[in-house]
Design a protein around this ligand. Structure first.
Ligand code: FDA
Length: 389
């Protein structure tokens, strides 16, 4: 069978691409259902985009690459698509938009869009072999156990990254890219919790607070969550994308306060107050107990010299922690790195050196922050390729 376009991967980017690629298009996925990551995203409500999308919200070896696609298919375009389908939504926090109902509505919307565009969807179909011959891609597929040969003029790699192999994530896009000599940027897990040696934060598990997490590349003011295995919460997930194995991170537990001035004033006004009582005005009790032991905090405010107060501020506002590692691809929301953007046109997502080969979505070395940015990249890059086909 011949079709103009085969899209590998019926995820966010693949389905968006199919909706714009014109009718003669086949979308192939080895999963039983399309858009599984959309379905589970945002706790089942999908954080499908963000009101404030800028190129600064993305990591890539080439920070300019994402600009063109994001400008030509913006968050407002996706919001109007969602509105046209009568899906109600709300802003949760920091511009993050979620469905009022269920993420399944977004999946259903995309399936309807690609069906209306005339594309076919083959689920439970694996890719056995890809060859390029006579200006066409010859694919050997296994559809529900039976071999199928399909040739096409355009082949779109939309199988995503390596995150959550249990959900069917594979490195297929990278393998095919390699086969056609497209360069790859090393991959690593992103938006992922940090792990620490066993027992480090066990007594704090479940404690959450607003904090500032930073390193010399980035800084995020969001919630921090202590877990049995280490640190999680939005601030941690965000910083994890900017973190490399073995590096320390800085945790500011009381970020919005000039703590030194405040403690000095309190020493004057409430000198008899125990230091721990003063700290407990700013932090949850269990964390105060933990920090009291960690930094040997004792005595009354009046007993503290300026230097001692400064040392306490440093401990609470520049706490240096070195994660043992991260939870890895098992739970990472995204994969950093991937197909090198240098090999692709930023307007069309087509490979510069291989006619008719496109790469979109998470498979490409463009990774968004937490907050709907990864889906917006999937929609925008899928749209760019679809328009070009
Ligand atoms: P995606 O992973 O969506 O699709 C790839 C498709 O390819 C899948 O359907 C898969 O089955 C198929 N496939 C893979 N290998 C194959 C093979 N060998 N053969 C055939 N098919 C194959 N982002 C965001 O913006 N807001 C959010 O709320 C969330 N929430 C979230 C929660 C969780 C738990 C995760 C893991 C991730 C998120 N994300 C997110 C990230 C977001 O889901 C992700 O960036 C996009 O789904 C990427 O879209 P793609 O289409 O590139 O890949």
């Amino acid at each position: 069978m011949f079709v103009n376009t085969v899209i590998l991967g019926a995820g966010a980017a693949g389905m968006m691409c199919a909706a714009h690629a014109g009718g003669d298009c086949l979308v192939v996925d080895h999963a039983k259902s399309p858009g599984e990551k959309i379905r589970i995203s945002g706790g089942g409500r999908s954080n499908f985009t963000n009101l404030d999308v800028t190129p600064e919200n993305y990591l890539s070896q080439n920070p300019h690459f994402c600009k063109s696609a994001l400008a030509r298919y913006s968050q407002w375009d996706f919001i109007s698509l969602v509105d046209r389908h009568g899906i109600s939504w709300h802003e949760k926090t920091l511009g993050q938009l979620f469905c009022d109902g269920s993420a399944k509505q977004i999946v259903a919307m995309l399936v309807e869009e690609l069906t209306q565009a005339g594309a076919q969807l083959w689920l439970k179909t694996s890719v056995e072999k890809v060859r390029y011959e006579g200006g066409h891609y010859q694919l050997t597929l296994l559809r529900d156990g039976s071999p199928q040969r399909v040739s096409c003029a355009n082949l779109v790699l939309a199988t995503g990254g390596k995150s959550i192999p249990k959900m069917g994530a594979t490195g297929l896009a990278y393998d095919i890219a390699r086969q056609f000599d497209l360069p790859l940027i090393d991959t690593r897990p992103g938006l992922v919790p940090f792990t620490f040696p066993e027992g480090r934060f066990t007594t704090l598990a479940g404690t959450a607070l607003p904090a500032r997490l930073s390193n010399n590349r980035a800084s995020f003011d969001e919630a921090l969550l202590f877990t049995h295995r280490g640190l999680s919460g939005p601030a941690v997930l965000q910083l994890s994308s900017y973190w490399h194995e073995g590096e320390a991170i800085t945790v500011n537990l009381i970020p919005q306060t000039d703590l030194f001035t405040l403690l000095r004033d309190q020493r004057q006004a409430q000198g008899r107050r125990a230091l721990t009582t003063e700290i407990a005005r700013h932090l949850p009790g269990r964390l105060v107990d933990f920090l009291t032991a960690e930094f040997a905090i004792t005595g009354r405010l009046a007993d503290q010299s300026d230097a001692a107060l400064q040392a306490l501020c440093d401990a609470l506002q520049s706490w240096q922690l070195t994660p043992g590692g991260s939870e890895g691809y098992r739970t990472a929301e995204v994969t950093l790195g991937g197909i090198d953007t240098d090999a692709l046109s930023s307007k069309t997502m087509q490979a510069k050196s291989q006619p008719g080969l496109f790469a979109i979505g998470e498979a490409v070395d463009v990774t968004g922050w937490l907050g709907g940015y990864n889906f917006q990249w999937a929609w925008a890059s899928g749209h760019a390729a679809g328009q070009a086909i």
